[in-house]
Structures are given as structure tokens and as C-alpha cells.
Design a protein around this ligand. Sequence first.
Ligand SMILES: [Zn+2]
Length: 164
Amino acid sequence: MERVPINDTGLDIDDDRLVMRQVTDQIVIHHTGNPTDDDLSAAEINESHMRQGWSCIGYHYVIRKDGTVEAGRPHWTIGAHAYRENSHTIGIHVCGNFEIGEPTSEQIESLAMLLANLCTDYGLTIDRDHIVGHRELMSTACPGRNLFAQMDEIVGKANFYANQ
Ligand SMILES: [Zn+2]
């Protein structure tokens, strides 16, 4: 299985405040959702989350519009991305507002390969029970209708990558 490169941008993270996650049974997909369809870096998201008083960026991965995957909060720690569901989930942030814009093909491919890698690492079946959009857990537009509409296709691609 090919592995998607993870770009560690050296975020300023206070490891002491992070807690190890005991269970991993779901991966949650998010978008940025800003009105301007932003392509924020993990560092920029980290800064804004720290300004809110969090220990660091709430997501475990950030996928930029050019398909680059940036490391967020360490993947083995409890994130801060899905209310009441953080103790058992990994959070992936795809940059953009997919209520108005479309994810790039590079983002879709990187997301699918990252999902293949993570599901394999954590022993999860690659299906729509284990890979969900944020809106399936609570009332939110996230990850935007244009990304959410491609969830089945993305999971199909993830299965393809996992079986390479
Ligand atoms: Zn979300």
C-alpha cells in the first residue's frame, strides 16, 4: 500500500495537555467552511484554535488545496473536532468551503489515500460506518454538500488504495 506523505510543519503544540485516545473506530471528515473558501495551513488553524484557549489545533490532519497533507494534533491523541465524539475518532480537515466550492482532485486523492492508510493502521473496515462526515454526528453543514456528495466515491477510492 502506498502511503500519502505527511508534511510535519513543526506546529507549536503543548504535548503535556494532550491525552492518549484509547479507542479509534471512526474517522470524521471536515471542511473549513469560511465564506471565502480559504486554504488555511495547519499552522494557521493551530494559531486560531490556540487563541480560543485550546492546547493546539483540534484536527489530526489538514489537506490543502494542492493535496498536501499536513500533520495536526498527533494522531494518537484525543482531538477537538467533533462534539462528544472526540474520544474515539480521528479528525481530518479538508481546506475549503464545500457548500460553495468543490474539493480539488488532489484533495480527493490525498484524502482517499490517507483514509486507506489510517484504516489499515487502526484495523478499521473501509466503509461508510467507519468514515463519516461531521454532519452525520451533529447538526452542521460540515464538510459541505459538495464534499459530502462524494463520500461514497472517496471511500471507494480508499479501498482501491488499500488493496494496491
Ligand atoms: Zn466539521
